[in-house]
Design a protein around this ligand. Structure first.
Ligand code: DGL
Length: 261
């Protein structure tokens, strides 16, 4: 049975974990929410790298056979370092520019992501490679991650932020929005309400889970079945994490503290 270690700056990576659970129903899953350090979006790459190494070390100690960085910001800042420092497969994620470029009919794609992701060299390379003739309009979304962290998926403040961040993209003609941060899929119903039903929302979670499945089949073929289990950890407040992660995961979960913060 493969053990998959998954981490994010907070609860957002659960949107990826849900796809992993669906595609690998027999995997043992260990999830860490680094909520004491959320948001990553306004931190330096060096800071995020240090967090990513510490969390990965913890996950490897718990028996992880592979790591999923369920965070676009941490992938941009730390994927290369993790791949250098650890010998197990490290799966990262990035805003889904390629499928969005294929999906747009208006020829304009909007990208909602953290400042850290949008300013990264990795994101610039992604646009260079896949944007082609399509217009890409980017929008950093400070504050949105925090709304998801507190479990406010439908409130007035969250709606105001979404209106503010989607307006410039829609006024430039975007018909397709990339959810370039793993917290945002939890806001998809509200984004759709604000941006209109005709908008196409693109999320990377399922593609990441499929990529993980391929890597496991290729590199750990003997470990493809077993008894499913999921364990949850946080560096933040356990009571709050238990409440919010249970709602987002869709089942009551027990969230334990990490032995360090
Ligand atoms: N969920 C993260 C991402 O995919 C990071 C959000 C943050 O902490 O700023 O980018």
């Amino acid at each position: 049975m493969a053990t998959i270690g998954v981490f994010d700056s907070g609860v957002g990576g659960l949107s990826v974990l849900q796809h992993i659970r669906q595609i690998l129903p027999h995997a043992r899953l260990i999830y860490v929410a680094d909520s004491a350090h959320v948001p990553y979006g306004d931190k330096s790459a060096h800071y995020i790298e240090q967090r990513a190494v510490a969390l990965t070390r913890f996950l490897v100690k718990q028996g992880a056979d592979a790591i999923v960085i369920a965070c676009n910001t941490a992938t941009a800042a730390a994927a290369a370092t993790l791949r250098r420092e650890f010998s197990i497969p490290v799966i990262g994620m990035e805003p889904a520019v390629k499928p969005a470029v294929a999906a747009t009919k208006s020829g304009v794609v909007g990208v909602l992501a953290t400042i850290g992701t949008l300013e990264s060299a990795r994101f610039a390379a992604l646009l260079e490679r896949y944007a082609g003739d399509v217009g890409i309009v980017t929008q950093g979304c400070p504050g949105l991650v925090e709304q998801v962290e507190t479990g406010d998926l439908h409130g007035i403040r969250t709606r105001e932020l979404i209106e503010r961040y989607t307006a410039p993209l829609l006024s430039r003609g975007a018909d397709t929005l990339i959810l370039g941060c793993t917290h945002y899929p939890f806001l998809a119903p509200l984004i759709r309400e604000v941006a209109g039903e005709r908008i196409t929302l693109i999320d990377t979670g399922e593609a990441v889970a499929r990529h993980l499945q391929r890597r496991l089949l290729a590199e750990l073929p003997e470990r493809t079945s077993g008894d499913a289990s999921a364990q949850f950890f946080t560096t933040g407040d356990e009571t709050q994490a238990t409440r919010i992660m249970s709602v987002l995961w869709g089942n009551a979960v027990e969230v334990r503290p990490l032995p360090f913060t």
